[in-house]
Write a protein that binds this ligand. Structure first.
Ligand SMILES: [Zn+2]
Ligand SMILES: [Zn+2]
Length: 335
């Protein structure tokens, strides 16, 4: 069995377990094991034959049993049971996502804000995974606790970007920002700054409990800003701990489609936002998508299979997903 396929199954188990607050630890264990599989791609069949599945980091007896089932039958009775219990059976219109066709990732953080690695380390991680490009999108100034970047620091960061690009050959670093969507829908940096960047991800981080009508206006304003390329984790939800913002999803997604603004599927297992259900609605309304690891360290690029699983479940074809487009085809960069 392919390690990535197994990682997607474990991811789905982690995701479904997260629906139940009592299972949050078990959920984390499954998600963590999924990351290890995605990152290290062990030879599962060989390990299974040698009875050594538990030698994989984060794989205890319980997870090894699930893996053994997957390897032997291609399926997991545990996953089937969870799907039934949570009312989320497999759908027959799921799409096919080929992760080996993955060109890059638009959303990542470095130690310029709350990332735990340098830009060079992040770039090397992306390069090791075969990416052709990586968006460096640290936080904007409002997020003070994470040392968000103002125009001056963005300029300083762009010099480091040039250096790192020279050092890590074959990987394009996109100078970007994850700009906060303020309460009234304005963005946390002036348009004159945003205009200069390769990629602008606008995300809601605070005041997510606004009245739905105010939240709708806020999101509509963000979506119609011509500098915005992607709406990051569009609801701000944290499965198992925080419900996301509620707004007129249909109206906002429709506007996103009209403006050519992509919606993010944030792969961070603590977010998984958009949910497969919301992503399916967005798909029907004509939206494009960005599957982003939102990595704060190179190891977190391994979140991607989770996002891919969500896209699959939402039935999103690969041609609607920016990550599968070569750099030259990304219109946001070309503009
Ligand atoms: Zn964010
Ligand atoms: Zn982020």
């Amino acid at each position: 069995m392919d390690a990535i396929a197994a990682a997607q199954a474990l991811s789905e188990i982690g995701y479904l377990l997260r629906q139940n607050p009592k299972e949050v630890y078990r959920a984390r264990a499954f998600s963590a094991a999924a990351w290890t599989l995605a990152l290290e791609r062990p030879n599962l069949d060989a390990l299974f034959n040698d009875n050594k599945l538990t030698s994989i980091e984060g794989v205890g007896e319980g997870i090894a049993k699930v893996l053994a089932g997957l390897i032997e039958t291609g399926q997991s009775t545990y996953l089937e049971r969870l799907r039934a219990e949570t009312g989320q059976p497999a759908r027959d219109d799921e799409s096919t996502i080929d992760l080996s066709a993955y060109q890059g990732d638009l959303h990542s953080h470095t130690d310029w804000s709350d990332g735990r690695a340098t830009m060079l380390e992040m770039a090397r991680g992306a390069k090791a995974l075969g990416y052709k490009y990586l968006g460096v999108t640290d936080h904007s100034p409002r997020i003070k606790v994470v040392n968000g970047l103002d125009a001056e620091r963005l300029l300083a960061q762009s010099r480091e970007r040039e250096q790192v690009e020279k050092e890590v050959e074959g990987l394009a670093l996109l100078q970007g920002i994850e700009v906060d969507i303020l309460e009234d829908g304005a963005l946390d940096l002036p348009d004159a700054v945003l205009e200069l960047l390769d990629v602008v991800i606008a995300s809601p981080h605070v005041k997510l409990r606004q009245e739905p009508s105010a939240m709708t206006e806020r999101m509509l304003r963000a979506v119609s800003n011509p500098n915005v390329d992607v709406i990051g984790h569009p609801t701000g939800r944290r499965p198992g701990s925080r419900e996301g913002a509620t707004y007129d999803f249909e109206k906002v997604f429709r506007e996103a489609a009209r403006h050519g603004v992509a919606l993010e599927i944030d792969c961070d297992p603590a977010r998984m936002d958009l949910s497969p259900e919301h992503a399916r609605l967005a798909l029907e309304l004509g939206c494009t998508f960005a599957i982003d690891a939102d990595a704060h360290a190179p190891a977190e690029f391994a979140y991607v299979p989770m996002g891919a699983w969500m896209a699959r479940r939402a039935g999103i074809p690969m041609d609607r997903i920016l990550n599968f487009k070569p750099l030259e085809a990304l219109t946001m960069i070309a503009k």
